[in-house]
Design a protein around this ligand. Structure first.
Ligand SMILES: [Ca+2]
Length: 101
């Protein structure tokens, strides 16, 4: 990769997602439950708003923690990002259909 070239939108977006995970994990391989809550509250407030109670957040965390180790590793985190991207894409398609495009 040419270091003088500006990153593409996709490269920039992926780098942002990686940077966000590492900012909240402190560079560790996984997010603790507290770190995951801080990340989700700051970066995905609408997702957390629906699960704002402690029980709601615990259920959300448990659904993300696929291997039940009490932490969210990067693959578990990126799977959640994929679900969010899929939901945004479906919303985008519905909006286009409603506009007749
Ligand atoms: Ca896990």
């Amino acid at each position: 990769m040419d270091p003088m070239r500006d990153p593409s939108a996709m490269e920039f977006s992926v780098a942002c997602i990686v940077g966000i995970f590492n900012r909240y994990s402190g560079g560790a391989e996984s997010l603790t439950k507290c770190q995951a809550k801080d990340l989700l509250k700051a970066e995905m407030p609408e997702l957390v708003e629906a699960a704002d109670s402690r029980e709601g957040f615990d259920a959300l965390f448990d659904s993300l923690d696929c291997n039940d180790d009490g932490k969210i590793c990067f693959p578990e985190f990126i799977q959640m990002v994929g679900f969010m991207a899929t939901a945004f894409n479906e919303m985008f398609i519905r909006m286009q259909q409603q506009c007749g495009k």
